[in-house]
Design a protein around this ligand. Structure first.
Ligand SMILES: Cc1ncc(COP(=O)(O)O)c(C=O)c1O
Ligand SMILES: Nc1ccccc1C(=O)C[C@H](N)C(=O)O
Length: 423
């Protein structure tokens, strides 16, 4: 491979998505590789926040029904704008809640224990919040999580084998929740096969798309996935605590949500103020209360960019960036005990690279001190997410050189090898 800096510049010149970078605020003098934790602010997202504040200022209560962007329908509109990113129909998606509250809602709606046939299948590598939510749902139903939550083990500590997950779909399992992409290793699970196998056994299955939405395409409706949920503050760049999303396959329409509230209502019935709920006929029924409009608004700006860029183009550039990062790392840093812990092949490699090193925590601190923003994940992972909409091939090249200098000069030894409060 060509390891010259000029080659990185050449790749940037060829990049069809290069112009989008200019729409983002890049924290100055840094190479931002943490978009898989918090995506950057774009000018369009910022404008969308200004617009809704303006609408509150000038329209007040009439903002709910004003002509250009009625708040009353914003969650549905944003859901429809999100749908192409996950291969769903517009009415199968709603922007609402948080990742974890949406998982609670979907579990309350689709986990249907029948006597002792009541187990939930998850995995040992998922993000803790999902596991906490599943355990609390089991407890609410009177089941001991120690017995009723099955968690598929990883053979190598980083990835999951499709066949092991399928083998765990036993007779007593009635509900399955898995991540689309593992938050640490970035492995993409085979959602299509897992859904087919779950359905052969009559088990509903859903995915946490936090680390895949906005980084790669999905075909949820075509695969028949029952439900999914995600955050919007990572690859979707909608800001810290921005409103999350969920998907429910049309075949489940017409049911009441497990956790109801007045925003679960059919829109035209909601203000009848009846004490009997008329559920919305679509994914909108999984909403509970008044939408958090100020934290949903940024999506209006940021989703537009995904539409313009095209999710297939985003995935292609993302794969090129991660491939370039892996190859440079292997060429330039062979002597420094790094292991690449994410899958290599393009079918199972997500949007970030995870490199392991015994000094990972302090190498991350040294990278930050030198203007590269990664994050550290226990026990020994350095996550680097080169994001298609705002990172460049030159960012990747520079990062490898900075990392090489840190290792040669042992600059990481100035820091404690312990995580900070967040990363
Ligand atoms: C896979 C996954 N699920 C859930 C969460 C968190 O959920 P919430 O957005 O509710 O904080 C994260 C990250 O914060 C995550 O990476
Ligand atoms: N929500 C957050 C709030 C504060 C700090 C980080 C997060 C993250 O999202 C972490 C991310 N889910 C991760 O994959 O590590």
């Amino acid at each position: 491979m060509n390891t010259e800096k000029a080659y990185a510049a050449y790749l940037d010149q060829q990049d069809k998505l290069a112009d989008f970078r200019h729409e983002f605020y890049i924290p100055h003098d840094t190479i931002y590789f943490d978009g898989n934790s918090l995506g950057l602010l774009s000018k369009r997202a910022e404008q969308a926040v200004h617009d809704i504040v303006e609408s509150w200022k000038t329209d007040a209560i009439d903002g709910w029904t004003n002509d250009d962007q009625p708040w009353y329908y914003l969650s549905e509109k944003l859901g429809a704008m999100t749908a192409p990113l996950i291969g769903a129909k517009p009415d199968e998606v709603i922007v609402t809640g948080s990742t974890t509250s949406n998982l609670h809602q979907l579990t309350a709606s689709f986990y249907k224990p029948a006597g002792k046939k009541a187990k939930i299948l998850a995995d040992t590598l998922n993000f803790p919040s999902d596991i906490y939510a599943l355990k609390s749902q089991l407890k609410l139903n009177g089941f001991d999580p120690a017995e009723y939550l099955l968690q598929v083990e990883s053979e190598d500590g980083n990835t999951l084998e499709t066949q092991n997950i399928i083998n765990a779909m036993t007779d007593d399992v009635v509900f399955i929740v898995l991540p689309s992409v593992l938050y640490r290793s970035g492995q993409v699970l085979d959602m299509k096969t897992l859904t087919r196998e779950a359905h052969k056994r009559g088990i509903p299955i859903g995915f946490d798309l936090c680390h895949s939405i906005g980084a790669m395409p999905h075909q949820l409706s075509e695969w028949g996935v029952d439900f999914a949920f995600w955050c919007t503050y990572k690859h979707l760049n909608a800001g810290p605590g921005s409103v999350a999303g969920l998907y429910v396959n049309r075949k489940h329409f017409g049911q009441e949500p497990g956790l109801a509230g007045w925003f679960s209502s059919a829109k035209e019935k909601q203000f009848d103020m009846a004490h009997v709920l008329t559920p919305a006929p679509d994914a909108g029924t999984y909403q509970i209360g008044t939408p958090h409009l100020l934290s949903a608004a940024p999506l209006l700006g940021s989703l537009e960019m995904f539409y313009e860029a095209g999710i297939d183009n985003i995935r292609q550039k993302s794969l090129e960036l991660t491939q370039y990062l892996i190859e440079l790392l292997e060429r330039e840093l062979t002597d420094y005990s790094f292991t690449i812990a994410n899958p290599r092949d393009t079918a199972t490699r997500g949007g970030h690279v995870n490199i392991e090193h015994p000094d990972a925590a302090r190498i991350c601190k040294a990278l930050k001190a030198d203007g590269v923003i990664p994050d550290y994940r226990r026990p020994n992972g350095i996550r680097l997410a080169p994001v298609a909409l705002y990172n460049t091939f030159t960012d990747v090249w520079d990062t490898i050189q900075i990392l090489k200098t840190i290792m040669i000069e042992e600059r990481y030894k100035f820091f404690e090898n312990e995580r900070g409060i967040i990363a």
